[in-house]
Design a protein around this ligand. Sequence first.
Ligand code: SAH
Ligand code: SF4
Length: 342
Amino acid sequence: MLYIAEPENLGDLLPEEPSYRTDQLKNWLYKHPVLSADEMTNLPTALRDTIGPQLWPFELAQEQVGDGGSTRKWLFLCTDGAQIETVLMGYANRTTLCISSQVGCAMGCTFCATGQFGFDRHLSAGEIVAQVAYANAYLASTPIPRSPARVTNVVFMGMGEPLANYKHTRESIRRMIETMGMSARSITVSTVGFVPGMRKLIEEPWQVNLAVSLHSTIPSERTKLVPINDRYPIDQVVATAKDYFEAKGRRVSLEWTLIAGENDSDEEAVGLAAIARGIHAHVNVIALNPTPLSTDRPPDRDHVRRFIATLTREGANVTLRDTRGQDIDAACGQLRLRAASS
Ligand code: SAH
Ligand code: SF4
């Protein structure tokens, strides 16, 4: 499979071809990706026929279009039957792709559809990077109106905990930067607070953005929502986020999925604002997208406003994230859940 191979080793897959063919192919895979090998116009037809079946490590199983055409959600089917979710979101000045790093997730966060499903396997670097290539190939022929016709931002906020799949996450980031030409600052790794992975990321040469999913400042409550808090407690997570900020000079964002009656109190808002101030972080609040396997619900709109107002009053820098793609099950893991139950 072409995307599975390291870009530097593509030549091994084409032993009979001159080296400039490898460069041409690399260009088609990473710089100007195309949906089908037939579009690789400078390659001989026989070679296109060989490449065709090896082009994608998955096939598109399902596409949903939401938000009046500006959000697309794809369910890809891998050769072993594993399913990957990817969401493309067009905005006025950026086109953001939300990618998966694992099939399922072992972290078991109670409000998350992926967590409810358990862990299946890691994605390879090729499977991660192919999601970006697919989106670019798709956008080249079907751009989202009024949005850049290329992925400008990548967020690891689909299925899985990217830092628990460090080796492949790292390699996929390397390819995005070194081969696709993306800027590290346009890539965001979101973590539940997997401290060893955060530490490794600090050591990397790239200024990628780090988002830390906090969800509660009260240790016992956080453990309830985010069981890995038992192993990597919030204090360690916050201290490591601070180290990240100091090492990279990039503001960390703190993610907070607001759940009625769980983490929406004034006490939580005050605690969160104090943490954000202490590490110069930005807070992203998102109202829970309900999942079929949990009775958790988002707070009503007034309550969300009150939570945001408290954060602001306490000096936090905060954004209420839009719930893009709610009409198409775009929250983490939900499309796969729907596909599995239908
Ligand atoms: N494992 C990583 C990245 C994937 S989850 C992490 O947890 O950060 C990406 C984001 O989606 C996280 O902030 C997570 O808390 C949030 N999320 C998961 N399920 C959600 C739901 N049902 N509603 C709203 N946000 C959700
Ligand atoms: Fe895994 Fe993130 Fe979902 Fe938690 S929120 S179960 S870490 S994908």
